[in-house]
Design a protein around this ligand. Structure first.
Ligand SMILES: Nc1ncnc2c1ncn2[C@@H]1O[C@H](COP(=O)(O)OP(=O)(O)OP(=O)(O)O)[C@@H](O)[C@H]1O
Ligand SMILES: [Mg+2]
Length: 407
């Protein structure tokens, strides 16, 4: 029975026996095979012949401590074969006792786990490599993220800077166009003053005659008349100054009044050119913004129509101005019969400095400024199309709530 066990163990395991001093007394074929030594080379030698130099001495100390205490030692041990190669064995060392309970010998039963250990080591190595890779990857991702973030920040700053520059440019253009229209306004004032100046001259002449006649009542009447004329002239100047005062606050205003103001300013010039103006105006509508700015837009549009008439030599010149309510918007439609805008330039007319006029006549800022006023100042929109026999501009601005309730 015992022999059968012995055979079974020895055929399937690596078996050796040593005496109490560790001197080999028996090895089986498996031991010879794995260690690379012959039985003769092993018997009588210290078991440390297969000891691997890399195994720390403390391991052997522990081994000996265990077995000398008559306990079974179990561990995976790294050994060295005769040819210097490393092999790993799962080792169990059993102290064999004599009938007195003293250690007689040690039996070591092992099985080869070299493949498993090497596989495990390779796996661990891969894991470590992977971990290191992971760490560098993480670092690289962090670095890239930071770079991207900085790029982004930089980009944001640049965008902000560009927006600011653009705003400045627009402001400048706005003022430039205001100065350009200032010239037009001066001309209109001159127009407006020509008539009352003639009237004043006449009044003075009449007054002189009445004085000579001694007609005090007549002198008084003429004096009052002249005073009114001068008051009107002074009012024109007043209006003019008001018109150009910058940075007026936004407030609710009657749209019709703003239109009338533009018509009044251009009245003489239109009359002189024999331009007939058709009006259809809803006087109740109110919007929020600066009234004079809307007047400026309407002046620009009427001025353009006037220029188009003289350019195209139109005989019967007609401009129609409509103001009406559409849903919660006020619509101002200004239409002329001056032949319309050439299709090829239609898309450009709102661009700054775009003009088809001689440089002395147009700066190309009129419509650009008008669009800015409508969009920025009045939160509205301005559109153009050719209709019938001329150009047709439509301004759409939101009405104030009060008007919505009233109408
Ligand atoms: N009613 C119109 N009929 C025909 N063409 C027009 C009309 N209104 C504008 N245009 C065209 O659009 C162009 C741009 O108009 P815009 O008012 O911006 O500039 P401008 O009148 O040429 O110069 P500015 O108004 O600065 O004196 C004009 O040069 C003209 O060709
Ligand atoms: Mg113009």
């Amino acid at each position: 029975m015992f022999k059968q066990y012995k055979e079974a163990i020895e055929s399937s395991n690596i078996v050796s026996k040593t005496d109490i001093n560790g001197i080999i007394t028996f090895v089986n074929d498996e031991f010879c095979k794995i260690s690379g030594y012959t039985r003769d080379e092993l018997i009588g030698k210290n078991h440390n012949i297969v000891r691997h130099p890399d195994v720390p001495a403390s391991n052997f100390k522990r081994l000996w401590n265990t077995i000398l205490q008559k306990k079974i030692f179990k561990s995976t041990v790294m050994n060295r074969a005769k040819d210097g190669s490393t092999f790993y064995v799962n080792t169990t060392i059993i102290p064999i006792l004599d009938e007195n309970g003293e250690i007689e010998e040690f039996i070591a039963i092992r099985y080869d786990v070299t493949k498993e250990v090497k596989l495990k080591m390779a796996l661990e190595k891969k894991e470590r490599e992977l971990e290191a890779l992971n760490r560098t990857l993480e670092k690289r991702v962090a670095l890239q993220t930071r770079k991207l973030y900085e790029l982004n920040k930089h980009l944001e700053e640049r965008v902000r800077e560009e927006v600011r520059k653009n705003e400045e440019k627009q402001k400048m253009l706005f003022w430039q166009s205001r100065f350009a229209s200032l010239g037009q306004m001066m001309a209109n004032i001159a127009h407006q003053w020509r008539q009352p100046l003639t009237e004043l001259t006449l009044s003075l002449f009449n007054m002189k005659r009445a004085t000579k006649r001694g007609d005090e009542d007549q002198v008084e009447a003429i004096y009052e008349e002249a005073k009114t004329i001068i008051q009107n002239m002074s009012q024109t100047i007043e209006d003019f100054i008001n018109f150009f005062r910058p940075d007026k606050p936004k407030e609710a205003f009657v749209i019709a009044k703003s239109l009338e103001e533009s018509l009044q300013i251009l009245h003489k010039a239109m009359e002189k050119e024999h331009i007939h103006i058709d009006k259809s105006i809803d006087a109740s509508l109110m919007a929020v913004g600066v009234s004079n700015e809307l007047s400026q837009v309407v002046i620009n549009l009427l001025q353009n129509a006037k220029d188009a008439f003289s350019d195209k030599n139109i005989k019967e010149k007609r401009v129609s101005i409509q103001l009406f309510k559409e849903k919660e918007f006020a619509k101002i439609v200004i239409k002329d019969n001056a032949g319309g805008i050439d299709k090829s330039v239609m898309g450009q007319i709102f661009e700054p400095y775009f003009t088809t006029k001689h440089s002395a006549k147009g700066t190309g800022l009129g419509l650009f400024m008008s669009k800015m006023i409508v969009e920025k100042g009045l939160s509205g929109s301005i559109e153009v199309e050719n209709c019938d026999d001329g150009a047709c501009f439509t301004i759409k601005i939101p009405l104030v709530k009060e008007t919505l309730n009233v109408v």
